[in-house]
Design a binder for this molecule. Sequence first.
Ligand code: PLP
Length: 393
Amino acid sequence: YAGDPILGLMDAYQADPRPQKVSLSIGLYFDEACRLPVLGAVRQAEEALLREIGPRPYLPMHGLADFRAGVQRMVFGADHEAVKAGRIATLQTLGGSGALRVGADFLHRYFPASAIWVSDPTWDNHRVLFEAAGLQVHTYPYYDAATGGLRFDAMLECLQGLPRQSVVLLHASCHNPTGVDLSAAQWDALIPVLRERELIPFVDMAYQGFGDGLDEDAFAVRALADAGLQFFVANSFSKNFSFYGERCGGLSVVCRDRQDADTVLGQLQAGVRRIYSTPPTHGARVVAKVLGDARLLASWTQETAGMRIRIRAMREQLHAALHETFRGERDFGYLLSQRGMFSYTGLNESQVDRLREQHAVYLVRSGRLCISGLNNANVEAVAAAMAEVIRSA
Ligand code: PLP
C-alpha cells in the first residue's frame, strides 16, 4: 500500500525540524493555538456520562435511538415534514465514511446497473469508497480553475444527459477540496433536473456548521426533501464535534413514506450486519446527549459558530495580506468566496513543493489549503511564502 498522500504529508510535517513549519494539508479543524479543540459541550456531556456510567450492550444494527433522532433533527430540522412523517431511514454509522460505504453497498445491491457521478474534483476517498462497493465512478464538471468558482452550466448539462437512476454525489456545503459551493438559486435550478432525470442524489455533509450555520448549511438537504425527492444523506460529526476518532456519523435515506423507510432501514441493517454488525456506544451517547439537551445544544451551536468565525477571519487575513502584496495585480477573491475549511489556491505541484521545501508550509499537492491551519501567528508568513512561490513561477 502506497499510503494515503495526505497522511504521508502529515508524517513529513511531523518529522520536519524547522520551528516555523505550518501544516495546511490535513482536513482537521485547529484552533488559534494550533490544537484540536475539545469542545466544552462535548466535555460536559462526557463528564455527565461518566457519572452515570452503565452497561455497554451491543447497540441495534442501526444504532442508538436518541442519536438517530438527533441526526434527523440536525440534518433536516426538528419540524420537517419528512421527520414528522417518519419517512426517513436513519442509521448511526462509523463516521461520514461509514455512511458513504453503507449507502454505497445498498445502492450497488438494489441498483446494480447504476453508476455514480462525483464532482471534478472531489474528496479522493469518494472514488475509493464507491469503487470498493462495486460502483463505477464518473465525474461531472465542477471547479472552474480560471475563476476559482463553479462550472454550473456545464455541471447541469452533464447531469441532464445521465441515464435514469444514476447516482449523483453532491456536497451539501463547504466542498472538499475546493471550497466552492452551489448558491441557493443554483440548488433550486439543479433540483428539477435531478427529479426530471430520475437521478438518485447522494448528499455528503461532512462540514455542517462550518459554512454559514448549522441550519443554513443544510439548505440543500432540506430543499431536496421539500421537493419530494428520495435521496441519501451522509453526515459526519468528526469536524463539527472535533470528534474524529470517535467515528460518529449518520446515513439517512429520505423515502416516499413510512412504510418504504421501514423497509429501507431493514435492508440497511442487513448491510451493517454483513460488515461490522453494530456501531460503538460511547461517541453516540455523547452526541445524543449534546443534541438532546437544550443547554448543551445551545453551547455546542455557539462553539460551531466560533469555529466558523475563526475560519472566516483567517480567510480574510490571508486575502488581505496577499491583496496588499500584489496590489490588485492578481485576484485572490476566491479566498473570500470559497467556504469552509478548504480553498483551492490554484498553486501547481511545483509551487506546492517549493512552499514545503523552501518555506516549511505544507499544502496538498492539488493546491488545496486547509484554512484552519492558519492563525494570527502564522498567516502573514504563509502569505509571504505564497507570494514568493507565485512570483518565482
Ligand atoms: N466526506 C468528506 C467530503 C470529507 O471531507 C470527509 C472527511 O474528511 C468525510 C466525508 C469523512 O468523514 P469521517 O471522518 O466522519 O469519516
